[in-house]
Design a protein around this ligand. Structure first.
Ligand code: ADP
Ligand code: NA
Length: 344
């Protein structure tokens, strides 16, 4: 198709992910055990995980040229690096540390597809500054640096500062939710959060109230709702600030000076980008495992930086909605052709 040809002509977006790499132990249970209770598992699987690695894989599957900075244990990190390599993610910036275990996540998934996760930080806590500095040396305008909140904030802030100096865009997925203002990464251009993380950030930033002047799209609302022709395509349209979530998104955007996108699970997402507030619906799917939904959205959104906002949002939402129809973390992240076919 002509759009495939256009995609082929475009320079691939270069994405540098600075973040966590984990061994994920995914254990399926009928229901979560209560305190003092033991339950049997339906199944258990070990795979590559960590928000950083998942987002790197998502960005690579979306078609970007991806490099990763992080750290794994020298003893147990081999399979993690091999899994990143298999997706074409550059791992030269992932340090192999002696005497430290790789990060590990124990992920419990119940029959309602909810997950409950315990994370051991391990090597993720000790990413060498030199690895960040070395990887950021080749950044330039048009590149995207993608950060999360599973490595020390000092590491993320170092990367954000170097990225800005180089003219690269900084996308911060503030997940898991920061516990204190010490974990805030300033100097980002775009903040990606879910509803819970949004609430926490608003509190930490003291941004719970928005000035009345922000309570509109300041004349940017178009007369007609844009629609695409294909059936089942999620509508994406400016709404103005209507709901409490819209108000929080606008407040956090005002407090940080950055664009904000808040994903809402099956409800899709609210965005405030370039001063426009709008809503994007998610595709209706049958969710079996929501692990890595947010990571799929973040990796795709970072990777598709060259697309117009609506197209970028739709592909990222569609990719995330596909991911929840499949078990697993990185294993469930779709390739760009699968996402494209949804709207073919
Ligand atoms: P997180 O996993 O970070 O909490 P969300 O739950 O908001 O993130 O999900 C991120 C994206 O994944 C959503 O915006 C949506 O595109 C997709 N998604 C998640 N859950 C569902 C669902 N039940 N049905 C359809 N899409 C979903
Ligand atoms: Na999944």
């Amino acid at each position: 198709s002509s759009s495939a040809a256009a995609d082929g002509d475009r320079r691939r977006t270069r994405v540098l992910v600075v973040g966590s790499v984990n061994i994920d132990d995914a254990v399926r249970v009928q229901r979560f055990p209560g305190p003092g209770e033991t339950v049997g598992a339906r199944s258990a699987d070990t795979a590559l995980g960590g928000k950083g690695a998942n987002q790197a894989v998502a960005a690579a599957r979306a078609g970007a040229e991806v490099r990763m900075v992080g750290a794994v244990g020298a003893g147990d990190g081999g399979p993690l690096l091999a899994a990143l390599d298999a997706d074409g993610v550059g791992t030269a910036g992932v340090a192999r540390l002696d005497g430290v275990p790789s990060g590990r996540a124990f992920v419990f998934i119940d029959d309602a597809a909810e997950n409950s996760i315990v994370v051991v930080a391990g090597a993720n806590r000790a990413i060498p500054d030199a690895a960040v500095q070395e990887a950021c040396r080749t950044l330039g305008p048009g590149d995207v640096v993608l950060l999360q909140n599973e490595v020390p904030a000092a590491t993320s802030r170092l990367a954000a500062g170097l990225a800005r100096e180089a003219g690269a865009a900084v996308v911060w997925n503030a997940a898991p939710a920061p516990e204190s203002s010490e974990e805030l990464v300033d100097g980002h251009d775009l903040l990606l959060v879910n509803e819970h993380e949004l609430g926490r950030l608003a509190t930490l930033l003291g941004a719970a109230d928005i000035p009345p002047a922000l309570n509109s799209n300041s004349g940017t609302r178009p007369a007609a709702v844009p629609r695409t022709g294909s059936e089942g395509t999620a509508p994406i349209r400016p709404t103005g600030i209507e709901t409490p979530v819209d108000r929080l998104v606008a407040a956090v955007a005002a407090a940080t000076g950055a664009d904000v996108i808040c994903t809402l699970g099956a409800e899709g997402a609210v965005y405030r980008v370039g001063g426009e507030t709008g809503r994007a619906a998610a595709r209706r799917v049958e969710a079996v495992d929501t692990t890595a939904a947010g990571d799929t959205f973040a990796g795709y959104f970072a990777a598709l930086a060259e697309l117009p906002l609506r197209e970028r949002l739709r592909r990222a939402l569609d990719a995330a909605s596909l991911a929840v129809t499949r078990p697993g973390a990185s294993a469930s992240i779709p390739h760009r052709d699968e996402v494209r076919r949804l709207n073919a």
